[in-house]
Design a protein around this ligand. Structure first.
Ligand code: BGC
Length: 801
């Protein structure tokens, strides 16, 4: 390959194609959005073409997929996505997106899986593995810290190393380590001052050296700041096309010796590998005529939409006091029809806006779904409220009062199913919401209907958390998210019990935005957003601040009941059926970011038996959280999700589950030692069905070596005295002073908190500054490598007088 050819490979040919090198038989491949279906532009690809794509299955959005808590099921979605990608001659589908839902207001939350990195990582890995099993590539996005749409192309996300390591990176990390996505997309924003598209630490040190990523790093569309530093930092491919301008700059930089040709070689090689590895799948899809089973994919989309629907509340109603849901299909007739209320039943919201918009192969409405199941006569529909996207449809010309009054009459004495939620304009790529409310017109409708209906069932649609302070008006309440092209029939399936809802919340539904500390810094200003809340997003925040929530992370009801029994922990390697418990484990010292094996070392396994005690078959998610109970050196969330598994059981049946707890699961990211550290002390391992329904709480005593903090010039007297090497030296050197100080506890505590370099500069000390410096050098010499190189922020050695 010539220098020019290599450079040419590192940027797009047009909006969606990479460049070919015909001379070498390197074909021109196409990449395309993602993430919940294929958005393959139907016409000229030399310009953007939102809303103009070939039909493809619009699967439920990520908000729904994350809520399934079911990697196996989502693996099937991945395989279907991969099949459609290959069938359409596309080499890479741009997804999944695994950014954290930092705020309910992020306009793109519907495209993201969870507020928790473990959940997003597991579901994301299933998608990637499924897609790539079809011989085409996935593209993990948007790396990294892209958690808002406001000013997304310029904003500087300022985030601590700990929050990065514990919250914003681990979903990417897990997916890279577990299933090697063939490509990964850097985000638009800056991270701690550096453009994600040219950050060598993110793109090379962390991604490649620590996690072992082998694929292609591609820019988000238009994310390149400066191409040459970007390439040097690890950004292989620029998209879309740059008109050859940046290729020329790369050539020039190599010629002038500003860029090592080896860097370009590596990028070109990675891109060539990607192109060639997709060739076989694309060729066989072409030979097979490029089809896929659209009916089967629609059926899968329908099942997943139902499985990802979260039943939040299901109160007893009527004389028999049975739960409001599911409804018995046979009980609706022409005389007693089901009252189906809400324009969303006729004008579905099933996906969000922006680059992910799919042209569906077909589109089910809830209205059709109910009519199909119950017969036309047994369904009475009233739109109930206005929706801009339904303009022109029958009834939409009426006033809000008349629309509501008609709906109330339809619902009077009947079982009412209401669909309410976020209008389309409220959720899009490119901008954020400013509040969590659904339109007042809809809330008033729910309240009015609940006054007259025999039972009020409310289904919420929308891609992110909404205010549910009106939920007292609902006997049953479920959130269906944005359920894709079969979302409408899935709603009918769930309500009528053809399919049990078995989703659990992948995001906290807070009572108020103000209960989330991230809101203090969302979306930032002047192109800066400060992640001042650190690791405290979602349930970590509301739990730490002891806030009530509307519905907690992990919550989800279904049509049967489950219990947990025999919850206990065992040492790894224990076999056999005895239930000897373990209540103490021994962890290792600090583990480096690159040491995957050390992190994955299993310390204990949690075992439990789950029983379906209800009358119907059903699914349940067993969740394991770990929290520290003793005092900690750092602020920690009361509990964090460390494992989960979804079980399906016939009525009356039981099954055992087993979840491992690893060294990493007990660790936090220790900024001074830049490593994963386990603190010794007491922990609680909690097992249950949501972050706030944890019937089994097991104490766990953890032994671990204390991380040795290196001594610095500004280490406090207390830190010196507690140091294994420095302590004895200081005791000796400062013997007289210490004896005096120890006579009075308060004085001693006060002095212990002072940096020793300041202390020794004061009159009347046994040590003077030069002697102190010598003592530090002695301690450091004995300490070996576990010392900090610098002098610390207060590290000047003041003159004695
Ligand atoms: C989005 C990406 C998308 C790309 C291509 C960008 O604006 O952030 O998620 O894949 O456009 O459409």
């Amino acid at each position: 390959m010539t220098l020019e050819e290599k450079a040419s490979l590192t940027s797009g040919d047009d909006f969606w194609h990479l460049k070919a090198i015909e001379r070498l038989g390197i074909p021109r491949i196409m990449v395309t959005d993602g993430p919940h279906g294929l958005r393959k532009q139907a016409t000229a690809t030399d310009r953007p073409g939102l809303g103009d794509s070939v039909p493809a299955t619009c699967f439920p959005t990520a908000a729904t997929l994350g809520s399934t808590w079911d990697p196996e099921l989502i693996g099937a979605v991945g395989r279907a996505l991969g099949a459609e990608t290959a069938a359409n001659g596309v080499a890479v589908i741009l997804g999944p997106g695994v950014n954290m839902k930092r705020s309910p207001l992020c306009g793109r939350n519907f495209e993201y899986l969870a507020e928790d990195p473990l959940l997003a990582g597991r579901i994301g890995a299933a998608l990637v593995a499924g897609i790539q099993a079809q011989g085409v590539g996935a593209c993990l996005k948007h790396y990294a810290v892209n958690n808002q749409e406001t000013d997304r192309m310029r904003v500087d996300a300022r985030v601590s190393p700990r929050a990065l390591r514990e919250i914003y990176l681990p979903a990417f990390e897990h997916i890279v380590r577990a299933v090697q996505p063939w490509s990964l997309m850097c985000s638009y924003n800056r991270v701690n001052g550096i453009h994600a598209s040219e950050d060598p630490w993110l793109l090379s040190t962390v991604l490649r050296q620590e996690w072992g990523f082998e694929g292609v790093v591609v820019s988000d569309w238009g994310a390149v700041n400066e191409r040459v530093p970007g390439l040097a930092a690890g950004l292989d491919l620029e998209m879309p096309a740059s008109g050859g301008r940046t290729d020329a700059r790369i050539v020039e930089a190599v010629r002038e010796g500003r860029l090592a040709e080896a860097v370009l070689d590596t990028a070109a090689e990675r891109i060539t590998t990607l192109i060639l590895r997709t060739a076989a799948a694309l060729e066989s899809a072409r030979a097979a005529g490029g089809g896929y089973d659209a009916r089967a994919h629609h059926a899968l989309a329908r099942r997943v939409a139902a499985e990802g629907t979260v039943l939040l509340k299901n109160e007893p109603v009527g004389p028999t006091a049975t739960p409001a849901l599911p409804l018995a299909a046979g009980s609706f007739t022409a005389e007693h029809p089901l009252a189906l209320i809400g324009e969303f039943a006729r004008t579905p919201r099933y996906q969000g806006a922006g680059s992910s918009v799919i042209t569906p192969t077909r589109l089910d409405t809830a209205l059709e779904g109910f009519i199909q199941a119950l017969g036309e006569d047994a369904v009475a529909f009233a739109p109930g409220y206005h929706l801009a996207e339904a303009a022109g449809k029958e009834g939409q010309e009426l006033s809000a009062q008349v629309l509501r009054a008609n709906a109330v009459e339809t619902a009077r004495g009947a079982t009412a199913v209401l669909l309410v939620g976020l209008p389309q304009i409220d959720e899009s790529e490119g901008y954020d919401r400013s509040h969590m409310a659904i339109p007042t017109e809809q809330v008033e409708l729910v309240r009015a209907v609940s006054q007259v209906a025999a039972a009020t069932i409310v289904i919420v649609v929308g891609g992110s958390a909404v205010d549910l302070s009106w939920d007292g008006a609902a006997d049953a309440l479920a959130i269906a998210w944005l359920g894709g092209q079969a979302g409408g029939s899935a709603i009918a399936d769930v309500v009528l019990g053809a399919q049990a809802p078995s989703g659990h919340l992948a995001e906290t539904l807070p009572r108020r935005l103000a209960d989330l500390p991230a809101q203090l810094n969302f979306p930032g200003h002047d192109s800066v957003v400060d992640y001042g809340e650190g690791v405290f997003i979602g349930y970590r925040a509301v739990d730490a601040m002891e806030r009530k929530v509307a519905y907690p992370f992990g919550h989800g009801l279904t049509y049967t009941d489950f219990t947990l029994s025999g919850v206990h922990m065992r040492h790894v390697g224990d076999t056999g059926e005895d239930t000897a418990e373990v209540r103490a484990v021994r962890a290792r010292g600090p583990v480096s970011a690159a040491d995957a094996e050390g992190q994955a070392r299993v310390l204990a396994t949690v075992r439990a038996t789950v029983t379906n005690t209800g009358q119907r078959p059903g699914a349940q998610v067993v969740q394991v959280y770990v929290g520290r109970t003793g005092a900690s050196a750092i602020q920690r969330a009361p509990r964090e999700l460390r494992g989960f598994t979804k079980v399906r059981l016939e009525a009356g049946r039981s099954t055992g589950v087993e979840l491992a707890l690893t060294q990493r699961d007990l660790s936090f990211w220790d900024e001074p030692s830049q490593a994963w550290v386990v603190e010794a002390g007491r922990y609680e391992v909690s097992v249950g069905f949501s972050s706030r329904d944890l019937p089994a709480v097991l104490p766990l005593e953890v032994q671990a070596p204390a991380p040795v903090r290196g001594l610095r010039l500004d280490s406090t007297l207390g830190e010196w005295l507690g140091h294994p090497v420095g302590g004895p030296l200081m005791e000796q050197a400062l013997a007289g002073t210490l004896a005096r100080l120890r006579q009075d506890r308060t004085t001693f505590e006060m002095m212990s908190a002072m940096p020793a370099n300041r202390l020794v500069a004061m009159p009347g000390m046994d040590l003077d500054p030069p002697a102190y410096r010598a003592l530090l050098d002695r301690a450091r010499a004995q300490e070996g490598p576990a010392v900090e190189p610098g002098d610390g922020p207060g590290g000047a050695l003041p003159p004695r007088d």
